[in-house]
Design a protein around this ligand. Sequence first.
Ligand code: GAR
Length: 189
Amino acid sequence: MKKIVLFASGNGSNAENIIRYFKDNPLLSIVGVFANNPQAKVLEKAKNHKVTTFVFDKNDLENGLVLEKLKPLQPDLIVLAGFLLKFPEHLIAAFPHKIINIHPALLPKYGGKGMYGMHVHKAILENQEKETGITIHYVNEQYDEGEFIFQTSVNIENCKTPEAIAAKVHQLEHEHFPEVIEKLLTSYF
Ligand code: GAR
């Protein structure tokens, strides 16, 4: 049985979609949802699916408490699904090549500090981009610079608001993220 831990900061539509996708899979299991915000809607979603949750703050992430909580879970993969804090180096070192992130744009464009969630979609609209997409990548010490695993794009010429772009990107994320995770965990990586 391969074990997955999800990290999320807000709504958690990706986290819930991943939980649903693996619900009846005997080989892969979601063993925890970690959230850095007690108000995050993802917590209620995880509880509805009977997935264990852990709430922490920025300090806990940096001072080792999150690592202590993660270790006994022995995750095969840590998935940042809408997680908006920088993942600290000691955690990256503790789980080498086992942490992946989804970014709501076609990296290396629209990545880096401050480029997350709606900020990304606003910048893309302002620049009148014709397309955007998603990037799933390994997490390393630099924001959004780890090795790419998967990218796909979508046309946004008819999108007039950042929300419209976000909706298209979410659709792509929900369609592809669980499958990419499944492939990673069922083949050597
Ligand atoms: C997703 O679009 C994800 O790509 C993005 O946050 C959103 C969370 O949505 N992540 C980042 O911007 C990370 N830099 P969700 O809470 O509905 O899954």
